[in-house]
Design a protein around this ligand. Structure first.
Ligand SMILES: [Zn+2]
Length: 92
């Protein structure tokens, strides 16, 4: 029974891995440079120059979900939806 399960798992792994091994020598690829931007969320507390940093735990399950961020300087905590900071954005 267990060996059937292992055999099935191996078969699935083989089939999925073979999808990535296939290559077409006629495929052309294009490389172009992109610029990376660090996106940060500044703290809005008066007189604070800190940046909000994503912290783990305590996600609010609202819709959309809100993620906890804490200021790197004053420790103020806020919840942000849609994005976590800091993050990286790419632009051509
Ligand atoms: Zn702050």
């Amino acid at each position: 029974m267990a060996s059937n399960y292992v055999t099935a798992i191996c078969l699935v792994l083989f089939l999925t891995s073979s999808c990535y091994i296939e290559s077409d020598n006629m495929t052309k690829t294009i490389k172009s440079k992109m610029q990376a931007y660090r996106v940060e969320l500044p703290c809005e507390a008066e007189g604070c120059d800190g940046m909000m940093v994503f912290t783990s735990g305590g996600v609010l399950t609202s819709f959309p979900a809100q993620y906890p961020h804490r200021c790197s300087e004053c420790g103020r905590q806020i919840y942000v939806s849609g994005m976590t900071y800091p993050t990286i954005e790419w632009s051509p």
